[in-house]
Design a protein around this ligand. Structure first.
Ligand code: PLP
Length: 511
C-alpha cells in the first residue's frame, strides 16, 4: 500500500461547481428565462476538469500497484478520453468501437498493446480481429468459445500466441445473483467458479496463449470494500493451484471497477491492498506483480450534471408522489437510480434558491415519456415545496448529480419529440447561459454535435458507390470538428443552412 496519508475525505460525487459554487452562478442566471428554456429541453452542464482531479486521487491510491484502466463505456466523451490519455491512463473496452474512439483521440499502438484491456468476456469475432490488428493483447475471458475465437483469429493474423494475455473472470460472490452495488446480478452472465477457472486455464495454456491473471467485478457502485474479499480469495487460491497443478505463474490481479464515487478512493485502497497481501500469504500464493483496476463511474460521475424542470406532481391513492420532469430516461438515457443524486431549486425574485430535501418525504422522479420505465429515481427524498397545491411547484428545477457516467452515449430521443438536453461546459453556464447569444450558440452546438456523431460513425460504412468526396472524409476529421467549439458552431449553422436550402429547392410545402 502506498504511504500517502493525505487522503481526500470526500468522494468525487460530493463535489460539482453547480452546487459547490452556487452563489457564483445563481445570481448570474436570469431565472425566468432559464425556466422557459428548461421547458424546451434539459441542460447537461459539464465539468470535465474534474476528471483530472479524480484520476490523480485514484492514482495516489492504486497507481503505484498497477495500471488504472478507465472503463470507456462509462463516458466516451473525447475530452475525457484525451485527458486520460495525456495523464497516462490505461483503458478497458467492451467493444471495438470504443477502441476506435481511443485511437481517434490519439492513443498509440504501443500504449494499446500494453494498457488496453478488452474487458467484455463474450466478444464478437470481428471485434476480436480488429482489436488484435490494432494491437490489443490483453483480454478478459470466461468461456471456451471466446478462447477458441481468439486463438483462431490470432492464428489467421499469424500473431505470436504467447503475447496474447488472458485474465480469467471469476464470480464476484457466492451464488448466481449476488454481489453489491447496482449490478448485483453480474454472476448470472459473467464469471466462472474455481473449477471452471482451472479448466479454462488449462485450455488457454494448451492454445499457447498466456494466462495473465484473474479479474472479477463486484458490482457498479459497490460502497462496501468487503465486496472485493470473495474475488481476491479465489484469485489467490487459483494462483497457487495454477502454479502447483499446471506450472503456470500468473502475475496480475485485476480488481475491475465498481468503486462508488460518493466515497473517497482511500475507503477502498485502505481495505483491499492490505487484504490482498494477507490473503495471498494465507493461501500460499505468490503476490501479483500488478494489481490493476478498471474504474468507470468513479472517474467521471461528477463530470456532468443534468438540469431539468418539474412539470407535474401527482399523489397516488397510496400516497406515492409522482414527479414528472423535463428530463428522464428517454430523453437523455440516464440509467434509472444508478448513483444519481438530486438538488432542488426554486426562483425567488428571479434568482435561484436551494430547497431543503426532507428525508421523510419521498417521491418517484419521472421523465416525459408515457411509460413507467421512464423513471429516474424511486422513493427519493424531495422538498416539501413539491406538492400539487403549491402554486409554484412547477417552477422547481432539479440538478441531477452523477450524470457524467453511463448517460451520454445512451442518449436517444425516440418518444414525444422532446429536444435533447443541451450540452455546455460549466463556464458557459456560469457566464450567463440565459443571454440570448449564448443560448443560441449552445443550442446550435448541441444539434451539430448530435448530427456529427452519426456522421462520424457512418464513415465506417462508406461504400465504393458513395460520392468521392464522402469517401475521402475520415471519422477522425469529423472528430476534430466535434471537439472544437468554433468549428462545431460553424458545422451547426452549415447543417441548418443545408436543410433550409434542401427544403427550398425541393419545394416542400409549408403547412
Ligand atoms: C469489465 C468491466 N470493467 C469495468 C467496469 C466499470 O465499472 P464501474 O463504472 O462500476 O467502475 C465495468 C462496468 O460494467 C465492467 O463491466
Amino acid at each position: 500500500m502506498n504511504n500517502n496519508t493525505q487522503v481526500s475525505e470526500r468522494g468525487p460525487l460530493t463535489n460539482h461547481p453547480i452546487t459547490e459554487s452556487f452563489a457564483d452562478w445563481s445570481h448570474m442566471v436570469d431565472g425566468k428565462k432559464f425556466l422557459e428554456q428548461l421547458t424546451r429541453h434539459a441542460y447537461r452542464v459539464c465539468n470535465y476538469m474534474a476528471v483530472t482531479d479524480n484520476y490523480e486521487a485514484f492514482h495516489q491510491h492504486f497507481g503505484q500497484r498497477g495500471t488504472i484502466h478507465f472503463a470507456v463505456k462509462a463516458s466516451a466523451e473525447p475530452f475525457v478520453l484525451k485527458k486520460l490519455i495525456a495523464l497516462g491512463a490505461g483503458f478497458e473496452i467492451a467493444t471495438y468501437s470504443e477502441l476506435r474512439l481511443l485511437i481517434e483521440c490519439g492513443l498509440t499502438r504501443n500504449i494499446i498493446s500494453k494498457k488496453v484491456n478488452f474487458g467484455q468476456t463474450q466478444k464478437e469475432r470481428s471485434d476480436i480481429k480488429k482489436a488484435l490488428r490494432d494491437g490489443v493483447r490483453n483480454f478478459a475471458t470466461d468461456n471456451i468459445h471466446d478462447v477458441r475465437i481468439i486463438t483462431e483469429v490470432a492464428g489467421e493474423l499469424q500473431l505470436n500466441k504467447k503475447d496474447i494475455r488472458l485474465q480469467i473472470r471469476l464470480f464476484n460472490a457466492e451464488g448466481s445473483s449476488s454481489g453489491g452495488g447496482y449490478s448485483q446480478s453480474f454472476n448470472k452472465r459473467y464469471g466462472v467458479d474455481n473449477e471452471q477457472a482451472m479448466q479454462l486455464a488449462e485450455s488457454i495454456t494448451a492454445t499457447g496463449m498466456t494466462v495473465a491473471g484473474f479479474t472479477f467485478h463486484p458490482g457498479s457502485g459497490s460502497n462496501n470494500p468487503n465486496l472485493w474479499d470473495y474475488g481476491v480469495r479465489n484469485a489467490a487460491i487459483l494462483s497457487r493451484k495454477l502454479k502447483e497443478e499446471l506450472g503456470v505463474s500468473v502475475t496480475e490481479l485485476n480488481l475491475s471497477g465498481g468503486f462508488d464515487p460518493a466515497l473517497p478512493i482511500a475507503h477502498y485502497s485502505a481495505h483491499i491492498l492490505p487484504l490482498i497481501e494477507s490473503i495471498y500469504h494465507e493461501e500460499g500464493a505468490a503476490l501479483p506483480e500488478s494489481i490493476d483496476t478498471e474504474p468507470g463511474r468513479w472517474l467521471v460521475a461528477n463530470a456532468e450534471v443534468l438540469i431539468g424542470k418539474v412539470s407535474n406532481i401527482k399523489i397516488n391513492r397510496d400516497g406515492t408522489r409522482i414527479v414528472t420532469m423535463t428530463t428522464g430516461v428517454s430523453e437523455n438515457g440516464t440509467l434509472t437510480d444508478l448513483g444519481l443524486d438530486f438538488d432542488y431549486f426554486i426562483l425567488e425574485n428571479g434568482k435561484a434558491r436551494k430547497l431543503e430535501k426532507r428525508a421523510e418525504l419521498r417521491a418517484n422522479l419521472h421523465g416525459r415519456a408515457c411509460a413507467d420505465f421512464d423513471v429516474i429515481a424511486e422513493n427519493t427524498p424531495v422538498p416539501a415545496e413539491l406538492h400539487p397545491d403549491n402554486p409554484i411547484a412547477d417552477d422547481v428545477f432539479v440538478v441531477i448529480h452523477g450524470a457524467g457516467a453511463y448517460s451520454h452515449y445512451m442518449e436517444r430521443n425516440f418518444w414525444c419529440g422532446i429536444t435533447p438536453p443541451m450540452k455546455m461546459n460549466y463556464d458557459e453556464f456560469r457566464n450567463c447561459i440565459t443571454s440570448e447569444m449564448n443560448y443560441q450558440r449552445a443550442l446550435i452546438n448541441s444539434y451539430a454535435e448530435r448530427s456529427g456523431l452519426p456522421l462520424k460513425n457512418a464513415m465506417t460504412f462508406i461504400t465504393h458507390s458513395a460520392d468521392n468526396k464522402f469517401g475521402q472524409i475520415k471519422g477522425s476529421e469529423i472528430a476534430q470538428i466535434l471537439d472544437n467549439p468554433e468549428l462545431l458552431n460553424k458545422l451547426g449553422i452549415h447543417i441548418l443552412t443545408s436543410v433550409a436550402e434542401f427544403v427550398h429547392t425541393h419545394n416542400i410545402e409549408k403547412n
